[in-house]
Design a protein around this ligand. Structure first.
Ligand SMILES: [Zn+2]
Length: 88
C-alpha cells in the first residue's frame, strides 16, 4: 500500500503539472501557435500537439494542450488561460 500511494501521488503530480507552464492567451487559436514553439523540457526536441481541450476551473476558463515529444516521446501538458477579451 505505501508503494501504491507513492506511485499514485507521483502520477497525480505529473498530470497536474506546475502552474508555471500556464500561458495567458486571448484566443484559442494561440494554443496551437504557442505549443508549436515549445521545446521538449527533457531533450529540447520538437513537441507535437496531440490534442487540446477546454476546461473550466471555478470561473476560470482554461485550455490544456497535450503534447508529446517527437524525439523521446515524453508527454507534456501545457495550460492556457483565456483572457477576458476571448469571453465576449
Ligand atoms: Zn524529448
Amino acid at each position: 500500500m505505501p508503494y501504491k500511494t507513492a506511485q499514485t501521488a507521483q502520477l497525480a503530480a505529473h498530470h497536474l503539472e506546475p502552474e508555471s507552464s500556464e500561458y495567458a492567451i486571448n484566443s484559442p487559436a494561440q494554443v496551437d501557435v504557442i505549443a508549436g514553439t515549445l521545446p521538449c523540457p527533457l531533450c529540447t526536441g520538437t513537441l507535437r500537439l496531440v490534442e487540446h481541450a477546454a476546461t473550466t476551473v471555478g470561473s476560470v476558463r482554461l485550455r490544456v494542450a497535450r503534447l508529446v515529444c517527437t524525439a523521446c516521446r515524453a508527454p507534456r501538458a501545457v495550460w492556457f488561460r483565456l483572457g477576458e477579451s476571448a469571453l465576449h
